[in-house]
Design a protein around this ligand. Structure first.
Ligand SMILES: Nc1ncnc2c1ncn2[C@@H]1O[C@H](COP(=O)(O)OP(=O)(O)O)[C@@H](O)[C@H]1O
Ligand SMILES: [Mg+2]
Length: 328
């Protein structure tokens, strides 16, 4: 800001003081300089005041004044501040959202894993404890019928019940350890399956058991799957179909192990099929699930009054046989 004073005498002896209201609080002595410099003035209204002396050093206190306003530049406006705060807030919000989504995803994955595990445990329980106890109940009922007339035969049959109970308990214990079937410890699949099927069908139902192909040891997981499915299929036939005859065919193929359980009983009612598909029964759904987990397929064909055929094919071709049997 440039200023001056009218002096008729000696201009070099005129001295100035100035003050910028809104910036300075005291007068700035400018000497004989006729310019004032201000840097870094923020936006706002200012009043520039200047006073001067005459040649004799007497101050003219009235002086002169100049009002001016510095408009805020864009980045100093409230708008800019608002945009800036909004942007910052938005970024914080986005980070928060991303974090929430991440945590939710992790929770969902954990929930899914728990669900899969729960299904597996439910199936294991069904196929060990429930299958076992249902079989035992069936055997006990048969014994109850013969006990009065033929006590000797009944006592003999009780031995088999005790064995079944023992097996069921050990099976459940193994289920907690892993998923292997106890019966496969001392027997191969064909023997174990025939043994279990005979215990379930008892004397009232005829059991026809055939083994074809190259009978051999297979991976324990595969034998367990086949045994559990076969056992459930035979148990279902005995429990639900009132058959005269149950046929079990086990075929050791080059690449596939095929198991077929057929009965000549009532057939599966349509609503039972649907209920099983809805997951209300663990048996049928579990059979299918087990077959799929072993990479195989399961087919159930049933006609009312004409019995049921459950066939399952499990790949056995290129899997190694080297798994050791479990003892204990
Ligand atoms: N071989 C069969 N013959 C007639 N009905 C069957 C047979 N297998 C299954 N079912 C019917 O299908 C239903 C579902 O079977 P499943 O899933 O094994 O459950 P659960 O045996 O525990 O009842 C049975 O309740 C029964 O009504
Ligand atoms: Mg069942």
């Amino acid at each position: 800001i440039a200023y001056t004073a009218l002096s008729l005498g000696v201009p070099d002896r005129v001295r100035f003081r100035y003050r910028l209201n809104g910036n300075d609080t005291t007068w700035v002595d400018a000497g004989t300089r006729r310019e004032a410099f201000f840097t870094n003035l923020g936006p706002g209204s200012y009043r520039f005041q200047v006073i001067a002396t005459n040649e004799d050093g007497v101050w003219n206190e009235a002086g002169a004044a100049f009002d001016f306003t510095i408009l805020p530049s864009f980045i100093q406006t409230r708008w800019f501040l608002a945009v800036w705060v909004a942007t910052l807030g938005g970024m914080v919000w986005l980070v928060y959202l991303a974090r929430v989504r991440q945590v939710a995803g992790r929770l969902r994955a954990r929930y899914q894993a728990a669900l899969v595990e729960r299904t597996r445990i439910a199936q294991e329980l069904h196929d060990t404890l429930l299958q076992g106890f249902t079989g035992i109940t069936l055997q006990l009922r048969a014994i109850q019928r013969v006990l009065a007339q033929r006590p000797q035969e009944g006592a003999e049959a009780l031995k088999s019940v005790l064995t079944s109970a023992d097996t069921a308990l050990r099976d459940a214990r193994h289920m907690i350890w892993d998923m292997r079937a106890v019966e496969l410890e001392e027997r191969d699949l064909a023997d174990a399956l025939e043994h279990a099927a005979r215990a379930m069908t008892g004397s009232a139902t005829e059991l026809v058991f055939t083994v074809t192909g190259d009978r051999q040891g297979l991976p324990l997981a595969l034998e367990t799957t086949a045994l559990r499915i076969g056992r459930e299929a035979v148990l279902n036939a005995v429990k639900h179909a009132a058959p005269r005859r149950v046929k079990v065919d086990l075929e050791y193929g080059a690449r596939l192990l095929t198991l077929r359980v057929s009965d000549d009983g009532t057939g599966i009612a349509q609503d039972a099929m649907e209920a099983a598909a809805r997951g209300e029964h663990w048996g049928l759904a579990g059979m299918r699930d087990r077959a799929q987990r072993a990479g195989g397929t399961l087919k159930i064909s049933s006609e009312p009054g004409r019995g049921t055929v459950v066939s399952v094919s499990l790949p056995s071709g290129d899997t190694p046989v080297a798994l050791t049997r479990h003892d204990g």
